[in-house]
Design a protein around this ligand. Sequence first.
Ligand code: AHN
Ligand code: ZN
Length: 390
Amino acid sequence: QQGEVGTVIRLQILARRRQARLPPAGAAHKLIPARGLVEVRRRAADIVDIALEIRQGDQALRFAQQRFAAPVLDDPALMRNDGAEMAAAERLNPVGPVFNADSAYAFIAAQCAFGPRAMNTKSHDDCGEWIAKKFESYGCKITNQRADLRGYDGTILRSRNIIASYKPEATTRILLCAHWDTRPWADNDPDSANWRKPIDGANDGASGVAVMLEIARLLNQNKDLAIGVDFVCFDAEDWGTPQWSSQPDNESTWALGAQYWASHYDAAVKPRFGVLLDMVGGMGAQFYRELKSLEYAPDVVKKVWRAARQVGFGSFFLKQDGGGIIDDHVPVNELAGIPTIDIIPFYPDCRQSSFGPTWHTMADNMANIDKQTLRAVGQTMVQVIYSEQP
Ligand code: AHN
Ligand code: ZN
């Protein structure tokens, strides 16, 4: 996964009495046999363009150009196309720029380098400034929404929602959102000595913001996207009632920044739909259809899950239902009226948490971030955004 070059891809060519030319990314054109296996070296961590020309004598019978994501290339079943199927492989149809998972990874590392972004800390405030500046450097218009919010324990949380708008003038818009604060307590850690220590929040917090930043970076590279995107970084998501508290958990103690944003929402142009990115960089993550999302925005779930298949990351987005989660998307749906789904991992067999082994533990750090998860979610969101017609 980390290596630059060297992965061998086998393409099975089934066409009879035909010649095909195959130029893999960066490599010289290579004449491949009419039938049989062909091996191509590719950059290990990229989506590549493959052009396949099927010829009979001098006549070009068919020409197909496709972009394949890494998991597809590694899956012989999916690559076993003959020429005709290749041309018609509608299920693999990536559009838009290539999501750079290394870049997203670096955006997580940069946030973690500030230290835990727990409410009312300098690390938090400094990182918020960095996030806003970063979106601004990618040409987004920044709006800060500051509020003093009351935590479950009465603590006043100095909160800052950061709203970054790409093409603020566009009247067709999509909402992407994630929380940027981190859990002040590792209250789900296997070691009770850690239960009051703050977590790094590489996955829970930083990953969603990082995917959004990478998308903003790509949008700024060529401004040809016909629609606008509102990136909203919610604050004060993760001050929810800790497990060690004598108070019972109460769902209204979570997602305080999103509750505030949604209850004060009065934008002239409402996004068509929204996608919340929560913990989208964890090792072994798989995304099941979340129940609140299915309740409020079933068409958006279908759209996103279909997009995942179109970019070859269907193995990360299962056609199975997970649990129902109280998260930032709930107030966005209920109070702002924007149909919004939650992309959040589900680990049905994990003992530590159904959100995965590192959830609200000290192990939610860089060591447990997987670029392939970032890539799967990031490329899927590129697909969603670039498929939307104005
Ligand atoms: C509850 O545990 C009620 N919601 C999970 C929302 C969350 C916390 N996402 C990340 N951290
Ligand atoms: Zn959390």
